[in-house]
Design a protein around this ligand. Structure first.
Ligand code: MG
Length: 380
């Protein structure tokens, strides 16, 4: 039996994690859940999965809700301290990190230091501080497992392969909702950008898909996770979203990972690794796939992709700056304060005015994150 803590249990990855747990109750049990503020959904989850502790990040709401959870025999904790407690709870072997944004960074480091395996779905921590996190995990003797579908696919293709023979990592992109749209993207509204053709996800990542910043962040994420330079990572648009990633070896062989478009697949593998569990999802029916298409992304139309490459090549605190500026710009776009094309502009301007720390410690990363938020906010 593997005991789990789930940070961000009411988001789409959190809910899908619980669906996997529900199918395999003999394998997994939930010891702790953490949410930002969705108490109603958390309560339903608590009734079903009976964790020992829940963290409600928003303190006033946590205080208000505590008696209700207490009646179930569940302790309520709150704020950053509460998150850390959930991430380091005694008896938990694996922590699933599925919170949106930079708030997940501290609890993930805490989990690693407490010798927990961490499975990471939200890409921000790996983008901001991936190198530091991998170093910390190595020191603690634990693993950092990716849940992001492309990175889970790369991980599976790279398993037991000598990195010396790896030529390229290739991640695929559905192309987002505007792949075939003619004309300027200047007048795109939040509602149009929130309508993703392939994946049903939260608003932040859906906008990131529309701008292709999602792939920009994923390039940084892959570079950090697999310790390869960004130049060795390619992005291919693949509208069917069946091939999630490929690895090209020096002899010209390619390994590809194929699977249905369902987050439960990478989530389940991060939970069951190194084993594979009998799956309850519909399986891929290759005979009914008429064609798989691949094309190069349009880097002029979607400049966020190159901003990701640039930040990764520069390294140091720059990925954290890109990430923070992007979070602010996406919020501003969703709030109708800037247009769709304002997103890359704000990020680029923020990156240009940043004083880089080349070999950052965690404090430098938080400082760069805070600076970039303020700077991007002023530009919005
Ligand atoms: Mg992804």
């Amino acid at each position: 039996m593997k005991h789990l803590s789930i940070l961000g249990s009411t988001g789409s990855v959190g809910e899908n994690t619980l669906r996997v747990v529900r199918i395999h109750p003999e394998r997994f049990s939930v010891k702790a859940l953490a949410v930002k503020k969705n108490i109603e959904k958390l309560y339903e989850q608590a009734v079903e999965f009976r964790p020992k502790v829940v963290c409600i990040y928003d303190a006033p709401r946590a205080q208000e809700a505590a008696p209700k959870f207490k009646r179930l025999g569940i302790r309520v904790v709150m704020g950053d301290e509460g998150l850390e407690e959930v991430a380091t709870l005694v008896g938990v072997q694996e922590v699933i990190c599925a919170m949106v944004g930079a708030v997940g960074l501290k609890p993930i480091f805490a989990a690693v230091r407490a010798k927990k395996t961490v499975a990471i779905a939200n890409k921000e921590p790996l983008v901001m501080a991936g190198k530091l996190l991998l170093a910390a995990a190595e020191k603690s003797g634990v693993r950092v497992l990716p849940i992001d579908s492309e990175h889970s696919a790369l991980w599976q293709c790279l398993e037991k392969q000598d990195p010396v023979f790896v030529k390229k990592l290739i991640i695929t992109s559905s192309g987002g909702p505007f792949r075939n749209r003619k004309g300027s993207l200047a007048k795109i509204t939040p509602a149009q950008a929130l309508n993703h053709p392939k994946w049903k996800m939260g608003p932040k990542i859906t906008i990131d898909s529309a701008t292709m910043m999602n792939k920009g962040l994923e390039v940084i994420e892959a570079a950090n996770l697999f310790r390869v330079p960004a130049q060795k990572i390619d992005v291919l648009v693949h509208p069917e979203a069946i091939v999630h990633a490929l690895v090209e070896f020096v002899d010209g062989s390619h390994f590809a990972h194929l699977g249905v478009t369902d987050m439960r697949l990478p989530i389940q593998y991060a939970l069951s690794y190194p084993e594979r569990l009998e799956d309850h999802l519909p399986h891929l029916d290759l005979a009914h796939l008429t064609a798989l298409h691949f094309e190069k992304p349009d880097r002029m139309r979607f400049p966020c992709l190159d901003l990701g490459y640039t930040a990764s090549k520069i390294g140091g605190t720059m990925p954290a700056v890109l990430n923070a500026a992007n979070e602010v710009a996406v919020e501003a776009f969703l709030g109708h304060r800037i247009g769709f094309l304002g997103i890359p502009k704000i990020i680029e301007k923020t990156m240009r005015s940043h004083s880089l720390v080349y070999k950052p410690v965690l404090a430098d990363i938080f400082a760069a994150d805070a600076w970039a938020r303020e700077t991007a906010e002023e530009l919005s």
